[in-house]
Design a protein around this ligand. Sequence first.
Ligand code: IYR
Length: 220
Amino acid sequence: MKTIPYTEFHEYETPEMLARAQSFYQDIKRRRTVREFSSRPIPMGVVEDCLRAAGTAPNGANHQPWHFAVVTNPQLKKKIRVAAEAEEKEFYHGRAPEEWLDALAPLGTDEHKPFLEEAPALIVIFCENYGVDREGNKVKNYYVTESVGIATGFLIAALHNAGLATLTHTPSPMSFLREILERPERERAFLILVVGYPGEGVQVPDISKKELSEYTTFYS
Ligand code: IYR
């Protein structure tokens, strides 16, 4: 293995560490999922840098088993909306068990997904189930879901940091995305990240997050 010195790590004095941790928390807790977007275009250079940030995520064997399809084309967004709404209609009026619908009630979601067309960009995130080398041979990927989940988290945080709103949308099943976007068979859609500015006067559900002690146990 070829190695190089790791010189980019920063160590901070404890008070600065605390201040930085506080400041990151204060900023990330302002992030809210919005379900209404302005159609105002967003600077694509910002999106590119946020995708670069996502591409630095730790991942299985450094195979970077992800693909990001950035959709701003209105016809494609419409196609995605129509297909997603068809799946969601079946979900909300048949497939979804009562318990699941009850869990979603506080969020006020339904089968109508106008944001898929109205938001300026959809980032459709794909898992690459296996890679292909130069000779066209299959290469196994590892911890694909974990890797793509971490990269998606980086992306959401980066977009928020840049001042863009996001909505994680997971139509189920999502196989229509590979077809519409003509992605190769080895890719599987993971999530649609809707990106843009919040719609004017947007409201968000009055919900709260658990306290630290409710979801953390310290073993010291
Ligand atoms: N995919 C559906 C349902 C849905 C499921 C969960 I879990 C949510 O947190 C939100 C929605 C939809 O997008 O409407």
